[in-house]
Design a protein around this ligand. Structure first.
Ligand code: ADP
Length: 256
C-alpha cells in the first residue's frame, strides 16, 4: 500500500499506548504507578485525563510524551514506536513532535514573550520564522504584548505565552498537565478555548491532565484512571456528568 500523505501514513491515532507498566522503587515499597494501561487517542481530538490523586495521570502523560520510559508496554506517538529508544533520540523526537504545557509556566524571566515563544526553535537549532512566532502570539491574544517580560504579564497571559511556545514547532501532539491549575475561572476559560482551537483549527491532538470537571468539559472525551489503568471513558462530557463519574470512581477506590 502506498501512502502519499504523511498523516495518513501514521494512522488514525496520534497516540496509542498498550500494556504500559511503570513501577517506582523495588521490593515491598514498590509502587505500580501504571498497571497495564491501554489507550488510543484519535488524531485531532482533545482528551482529558482524570482520576484520583496517585492514579498515575502524570506518569501516564510522561510516558506518553516520551519524557519517561515505561518498564513494559509500548508507546506509539505520531506514528513512531518509541520502544527501546535512547534518551537522545527521545529528546529529539519530543522537540519535533510534542508541545508541553505545565501548571507553572516555566517562562524564562529575562526573555520577552516573543523570545520565549521562539526558544524551542533556537534550542533545536532551527531558523526562527518571526512571522510564525508573531502570528502565534496574535493567536493567543498577545500580539500587542510580544515585547513584554513575563513579570509584566498576568498569570493567564503567561500561560498563553507558554501555549504559543508549545505550538511553535507545530507539534502533532500537545500534552498539558493541569494547565489551568493556577488560574482563575475566567482566565482558565480563555486557556481552555485556546487548547480547544488547537484541535479544531490546527488539527493538533491535545491530551490534558486535569482535576477540574469544567476544564474536562472542553474535551471530546474524558479518560478516567484508577490505580494505573483506564477505569472508564466518557464522550462529549459535561461538567456535571464528569463530577458525578469522579465521585463514583472515588467510591470504587475506597472499597479496594
Ligand atoms: P497522579 O498524577 O494521578 O497523581 P502519579 O503518576 O503522580 O499520579 O503517581 C502515581 C503513583 O506513583 C503514586 O502512588 C505516586 O506516589 C507514585 N510516584 C510517582 N512518581 C514517583 C517517583 N518519582 N518516585 C516514587 N513514586 C512515585
Amino acid at each position: 500500500m502506498t501512502h502519499t500523505h504523511p498523516t495518513a501514513a501514521s494512522g488514525p491515532h496520534a497516540l496509542t499506548v498498550s500494556g504500559l507498566v511503570r513501577t517506582y522503587g523495588t521490593g515491598a515499597g514498590a509502587v505500580r504507578a501504571l498497571d497495564g494501561l491501554h489507550l488510543d487517542v484519535p488524531r485531532g481530538s482533545f482528551t482529558a485525563v482524570m482520576g484520583p490523586s496517585g492514579s498515575g495521570k502524570s506518569t501516564f502523560l510522561s510516558c506518553a510524551a516520551g519524557l519517561d520510559v515505561p518498564d513494559e508496554g509500548r508507546v506509539i506517538l505520531d506514528g513512531d514506536d518509541l520502544t527501546g529508544w535512547s534518551e537522545q533520540r527521545l529528546a529529539e523526537f519530543r522537540r519535533e513532535h510534542v508541545g508541553f504545557v505545565f501548571q507553572s509556566f516555566h517562562l524564562l524571566p529575562y526573555l520577552s514573550a516573543e523570545q520565549n515563544v521562539a526558544l524551542p526553535l533556537r534550542l533545536a537549532g532551527r531558523r526562527v520564522d518571526r512571522t510564525h512566532v508573531r502570528d502565534l502570539l496574535a493567536r493567543v491574544g498577545l500580539g500587542e504584548r510580544r515585547d513584554h517580560l513575563p513579570t509584566a504579564l498576568s498569570g493567564g497571559q503567561e500561560q498563553r505565552v507558554a501555549i504559543a511556545r508549545a505550538l511553535v514547532t507545530r507539534p502533532a501532539v500537545v500534552v498539558a498537565d493541569e494547565p489551568t491549575g493556577s488560574l482563575d475561572t475566567t482566565t482558565a476559560h480563555g486557556v481552555l478555548e485556546l487548547l480547544r482551537s488547537c484541535c479544531d483549527d490546527l488539527g493538533q491532538t491535545v491530551v490534558m491532565v486535569t482535576h477540574d470537571p469544567v476544564a474536562a468539559s472542553y474535551a471530546d472525551e474524558v479518560v478516567f484512571l484508577v490505580d494505573g489503568r483506564v477505569a472508564g471513558r466518557m464522550h462529549s462530557p459535561t461538567a456535571d456528568a464528569v463530577a458525578g463519574q469522579l465521585a463514583h470512581l472515588d467510591d470504587l477506590v475506597g472499597v479496594r
